[in-house]
Design a protein around this ligand. Structure first.
Ligand SMILES: NC(=O)c1ccc[n+]([C@@H]2O[C@H](COP(=O)([O-])OP(=O)(O)OC[C@H]3O[C@@H](n4cnc5c(N)ncnc54)[C@H](OP(=O)(O)O)[C@@H]3O)[C@@H](O)[C@H]2O)c1
Length: 329
């Protein structure tokens, strides 16, 4: 099979499209023909070598799959050949999704939503799955609560806004002005331009100094400590990003805050819940750009450096197999 292989960590030029052996499904595993995948920041972090201690070269990265099961291993109970599935491969374990085939444990795959294409479905598992985990499992966001979602126009930000609105929360988000109209369309109630406004002052002004019930930190840096300044009493912070340096949480202490550190977990239950939300139209795909697997380097340049489109938003989908091609392995 063809795969985008990294024999070295580094720049986007390190990707090589090579022929590698097609993996075999073991006990409880399925072999999936990958129709589409996507680009997540985790992929460019892996490519440039941020996680060298976790990985051995050569590496095939990629953390989203939408595809078709072509073979089932011994002991598989819930799926059969021909099922259309989507999922996030296990992180730092085994081969990723930048390849024509992928093997996954049946416990981490879900039936693909029927109302979206493979290209659209491939943009959901990691980003929207993380959004679901943050709001439903961790913060347990409730109707009429207030939430600040940083990086609203990002791959995680957009589904987080959509899910928070589905729950019935009031959404505050940060994004550049060029993205405000789009985010209003997804229901964001208050949008703060992080390049020209001080979000802490704006949140306090908009909430009459009360602060918000939940902060979603997709940024890192000072956001973890500054979150305490915009939280209401007993508020919660959910953070997705590495903590690069020790943080002073004095403001959060004064708010009796709870912090949740999220490293996305794979589960069929989460995918099944996402599928219901997607099929009911509550969660919509936002495919900003599509690239073929052979142009994976350009796709990384767009997400990592905004090369070619500084106003890019949403997700990048990667076409691995043409959807009109139904031929199986
Ligand atoms: N722990 C986990 O399980 C997990 C899961 C998923 C993602 N993540 C992490 O979460 C982060 C976001 O992922 P993503 O997929 O959403 O990335 P993304 O698609 O690149 O989106 C990042 C967004 O943040 C915005 N942004 C940049 N600087 C900002 C600032 N100072 N204030 C407000 N917004 C700002 C960007 O807007 P512009 O266009 O204006 O630059 C962009 O819309 C990444 O670090 C990723 O690794 C972690």
């Amino acid at each position: 099979m063809k795969a985008a292989v990294l024999n070295e960590f580094g720049s986007v030029e390190k990707f090589e499209i090579l022929d590698v052996p097609t993996p075999k499904p073991g006990f409880g595993e399925v072999l999936v023909k990958v129709m589409a995948t996507s680009v997540n920041p985790l992929d460019f972090q892996v490519r440039r070598g941020d996680y060298q201690s976790e990985l051995e070269l050569p590496v095939i990265t990629g953390h989203d799959v939408s595809g078709v099961i072509v073979e089932i291993g011994v002991g598989v109970k819930n799926f059969k050949a021909g099922d259309e599935v989507y999922y996030t491969p296990e992180i730092f374990k085994g081969q990723g999704s930048y390849a024509e085939y992928h093997v996954a444990d049946e416990a981490i795959i879900g039936i693909k939503p029927k109302n979206v294409s493979h290209l659209e479905a491939a943009t959901f598992p990691l980003a929207a799955g993380t959004a679901w985990e943050m709001l439903y499992t961790r913060a347990q966001l409730k109707i009429n609560q207030t939430i600040l979602i940083h990086g609203g126009a990002g791959g995680v930000g957009i589904p987080t806004i959509q899910l928070a609105k589905t729950i019935g929360a009031t959404v505050f988000t940060t994004a550049r002005t060029v993205h405000h109209q789009m985010l209003k369309g997804f229901g964001a109630d208050y949008i703060i331009d992080y390049t020209s406004e001080n979000y802490i002052e704006e949140i306090l002004k908009l909430t009459g100094n009360k602060g918000v019930d939940v902060v979603i930190d997709t940024l890192g840096g000072n956001t973890l400590s500054d979150s305490g300044k915009v939280l209401s009493q007993m508020g919660q912070v959910v953070t997705l990003v590495d903590i690069e340096k020790p943080q002073n949480l004095i403001h959060a202490w004064g708010k009796n805050a709870t912090y949740h550190f999220v490293f996305t977990r794979q589960s069929r239950n989460k995918l099944d819940e996402l599928t219901k939300l997607i099929e009911s139209g509550k969660l919509k795909p936002v495919v900003g750009k599509v690239f073929p697997l052979s142009e994976i380097g350009q796709a990384h340049s767009l997400l990592e450096f905004r090369k070619g489109d500084k106003n890019f938003y949403g997700k990048i989908a990667i076409q691995v197999e043409d959807e009109s091609n139904t031929e199986q392995k």
